[in-house]
Ligand binder design. Structure first.
Ligand SMILES: *Cc1c(COP(=O)(O)O)cnc(C)c1O
Length: 441
């Protein structure tokens, strides 16, 4: 197999995601052929390497081909690859559910399984709606999300997503949710702190809930960081206030931790930094270490009780063929083992500090604004009116042996936790070279 051969066959046969295929067919945006991966590195068929600075869309928490996850999966393969979860059960799904609810402080003891993040969003929305119906709140049929939110791209998930690029073409198909202001700290006015911005956004939420709460089932948020719309970071104060308001107005709080969960922000779950409990917690992306598609919606005893009944119709009648796949659950268990055995949350604290130190030099760059970081996510915005900046940067990054995909003019770093200090320095150094090249300096 050669690079060239694979590229041509891919263009002929594969419809790639999030892409205008015509650009891939030209020289403007060549596909990157990947033959194998090891740790933070990806390799093509000629041995060219790329440091995976975005954990392959935020999923490969421990890099590629991790020996311990590989070994766990090999073992699982010889025991049980999959079994129908309607009516049957198995060890990996039980253990994973128990361990996740322990990690969430024991308050989210009921885990529902699917295979991708958008499905987790759909499940949380349906569960919230249905639980209010079962409780006799017939009017609670609407949802609320934040400006700039992203919760997935199926039709139901797009309803609570506020990213025009993904949503506009499908607007006629969507029953849109209400949108309230984002607590994005970049919106601070002169003299305002991030906490002030959070309070201002919470006041707008209060105003909205005061008027509309009888019709609202749930507020869905990405705790601490709105990742897909450009790594918008905000103060935990917003989550504290939103939790209080949701309680006051009888509205569920859904924490979508698909991107920010699993240690990304410095705690295992991001909402823990606000010391709150959500009614629903969505997990996916990193939970299986980036090995297999898996998503989980965790919920409370109270919600579970709303469905527990003699009547089938009051049950949560939702299913996916691969619900609770044994291999995916086993990959997740191996991922949780790594967190425990290698004290990853603690280790990440100093790793994140190091990443921050490497990045600090960029703060003074004349075209860099809003350099920001929380845990193992760092980002900055590039001030340029070049509409092609993002593509230009991406190409220059590849030339510099790093894989980074800016979101518009936001360059971000979400490296695997196995990145070394030297590799952090390499990543930032090469990103700076790519930035200069992309800006034509
Ligand atoms: C990626 C993401 C999703 C969607 O997950 P998919 O597996 O891509 O469907 C939902 N919410 C958030 C916050 C995400 O980052």
């Amino acid at each position: 197999m050669s690079n060239r051969d694979l590229l041509q066959r891919s263009l002929d046969a594969v419809w790639h995601p999030c892409t205008q295929m015509k650009q891939h067919a030209s020289e403007a945006l060549p596909l990157v052929p990947i033959a194998c991966g090891k740790g933070v590195w990806l390799y093509d068929f000629d041995g060219r390497r790329y440091l995976d600075g975005i954990s392959s869309w935020w999923v490969n928490l421990f890099g590629h081909c991790h020996p311990r996850i590989n070994a766990a999966l090999r073992e699982q393969l010889d025991e049980l690859e999959h079994v129908i979860l309607a009516g049957c059960t198995h060890r990996p799904v039980v253990e994973l559910s128990e361990r996740l609810s322990a990690l969430a402080g024991g308050m989210l003891g009921h885990c529902f399984y699917a295979s991708d993040g958008a499905s987790a969003t759909e499940i949380a929305l349906k569960m919230s709606f249905h639980s209010w119906q079962n409780r006799g709140f017939q009017d609670k049929q609407e949802f609320l999300c934040l400006a700039g939110s992203y919760h997935g791209e199926t039709i139901g998930a797009l309803a609570v997503t506020d990213v025009a690029l993904f949503k506009d073409a499908y607007a006629p198909l969507i029953r849109p949710a209400g949108i309230v202001p984002t607590p994005d700290a970049r919106l601070a006015e002169a003299g305002e702190t991030p906490v002030d911005v959070a309070r201002r956004a919470a006041a707008a939420l209060e105003n909205h809930l005061e008027r509309h709460h009888p019709r609202i089932a749930a507020l869905i948020v990405e705790p601490l960081i709105q990742c897909a719309s450009g790594m918008a970071m905000y103060d935990p104060e917003y989550l504290r206030l939103a939790r209080g308001l949701c309680d006051r107005y009888q509205v569920h709080l859904i924490c979508d931790e698909i991107a920010v969960g699993c240690g990304r922000t410095g705690t295992f779950f991001a909402h823990q930094q606000a010391a709150i409990q959500p009614d629903f917690l969505c997990l996916s992306k990193g939970i299986s270490g980036g090995y297999l598609p898996l998503s989980i919606v965790m919920t409370s005893d109270a919600v579970y009780a709303d469905f527990y009944d003699e009547r089938t119709s009051r049950g949560f009648l939702h299913s996916h063929s691969y619900t609770g796949n044994a291999l995916a659950c086993r990959a997740a268990l191996a991922t949780l083992d790594l967190f425990a055995d290698e004290q990853v949350i603690d280790a990440n604290r100093s790793l994140a500090e190091h990443l921050g130190q490497c990045l600090a030099a960029l703060a003074g760059h004349p075209q860099v604004r809003h350099l920001r970081q929380r845990g193992m996510i760092a980002a900055f915005d590039v001030y340029t009116d070049d509409p092609e900046f993002s593509q230009r940067f991406y190409r220059q990054a590849l030339v510099n042996e790093i894989l980074l995909r800016p979101i518009g003019n936001t360059v971000y770093f979400m490296p695997p936790y196995v990145i070394s200090r030297d590799q952090c320095a390499f990543l930032v150094d090469r990103a700076r070279a790519a930035l200069e090249a992309a800006l034509g300096r």
